[in-house]
Design a protein around this ligand. Structure first.
Ligand code: NAI
Ligand code: 13P
Length: 338
């Protein structure tokens, strides 16, 4: 990470977020304009389209790729990168890193930009990095940031965490850009938990909006959702300040209130009566759907009460209807707030 010029950054995953981050890395922070950004997509046709048109029309239409962003279909193009941003869905992260491992020439830090918890293993995203690439620094970038907002240059603030605070602040300075403010943290667990849990809770907020339960119910869901997120975080040794910060409360508020969120939109569609199949087909990637079951399993094993997340899980698994879930949540006995 010492080199100041000609930095090579690999962005793995050419979805909406990977594309926005590639452009940001190409123009921003201490990275110079001669920095080389490779943007990896696994589908060669997708790469050919991006190379021919200079736009990722499939995932981030209307946003030209900067001239120093090179779309690539060969993961080996990331082999000599100085920093790697991993921006695939959380459930695809392990497979991607396993493909990458034999190709790497050095030990660049891996900055995970996905939000979720792995099925089957219950692993948080940076744990996956530590398991597959144990020699590398595992960092996490998370916070309230819609790809579309970042791509338009609208002001955004997020958190980048690595266990070593000096590494976190060095990486934050590199990833930061005009309008993209990056705070640093050493609370890796806290940052990754916020991003994973808020997606599940945002589905509940979307359902409430779709059922037209009103602004009061919407606010109550955010506050009680935050109580759940915080209880879960504390059980896994997250710091309270992190949970209250950008990657926790900040991202929860964003995702629970905006139809730009796919998780909120999925809930909205369900609340309006669409089937799960219809809603997922239309909305695309809603990470909360995949994280929900593993989140409630981890919570239950740790003795953490998460009634809203449990309700989302039960609805998505079709164990109960939305109306039954709402009735059950409202029928819970009164208890001290906390
Ligand atoms: N879109 C946004 O505003 C933000 C998204 N994120 C997170 O970033 C992650 C990615 O989200 P998006 O880019 O929005 O999703 P997306 O649905 O736009 O794109 C996901 C991309 O990952 C690719 N992919 C899936 N499996 C892969 C694999 N095994 N190898 C290589 N590529 C693979 C897909 O082909 C697709 O291009 C998610 O965890 C999401 O929560 C985080 C912050 C903001
Ligand atoms: O994480 C995000 C904003 O911070 C994006 O939210 P969705 O994944 O719900 O679209």
């Amino acid at each position: 990470m010492a080199r100041e010029e000609g930095r090579k950054i690999a962005v793995l995953g050419a979805g909406a977020w990977g594309t926005a981050l590639a452009n940001l890395a190409a123009r921003g922070g201490r990275a110079k304009a001669d920095s080389e950004i490779v943007l990896y997509a696994r589908d060669p046709d997708h790469v050919a389209e991006m190379a021919a048109t200079g736009v990722n029309a499939r995932r981030l239409p209307g946003v030209p790729l900067l001239s120093n962003v090179t779309p690539v279909a060969d993961l080996a193009a990331a082999a000599d990168a100085e920093i790697i941003l991993a921006v695939v869905p959380a459930q695809a992260l392990r497979q991607l890193l396993q493909q990458l491992a034999p190709l790497l020439e050095g030990t660049p830090p891996i900055v995970v930009c996905a939000k979720g918890i792995e099925h089957g293993t219950g692993r948080f995203v940076t744990d996956i990095v530590r398991e597959v690439l144990p020699e590398h620094i595992a960092a996490i970038l998370s916070g309230p940031s819609f790809a579309q907002d970042v791509a338009r240059g609208l002001p955004t603030a997020v958190t980048l965490a690595a266990r070593d605070p000096n590494v976190a602040s060095a990486l934050a300075a590199i990833v930061a850009g005009p309008g993209f403010r990056v705070y640093s943290s050493s609370d890796v667990r806290g940052v990754e938990i916020g991003g994973a849990a808020k997606n599940v809770l945002a589905i509940a907020s979307g359902v409430a909006a779709g059922r037209e339960l009103g602004a009061s119910a919407g606010a109550a869901l955010i506050a009680r959702g935050f109580a759940e997120l915080s209880r879960f975080g504390r059980a896994f040794e997250a710091e309270a300040a992190t949970l209250m910060g950008l990657s926790g409360l900040g991202d929860l508020v964003l995702t629970c209130t905006s139809p730009l969120s796919r998780n909120f939109s999925l809930g909205l569609a369900l609340g309006r009566g669409e089937t799960i199949a219809q809603a997922t087909e239309r909305v695309g990637l809603a990470e909360g759907v995949f994280t929900c079951g593993v989140l409630v399993d981890l919570a239950s094993a740790a003795g953490v009460d998460m009634p809203i997340a449990n309700a989302v899980d039960a609805v998505l698994a079709e164990r109960i209807t939305i109306d039954e879930a709402i009735a059950e949540l409202l029928a819970r006995p009164s208890k001290p707030e906390g």
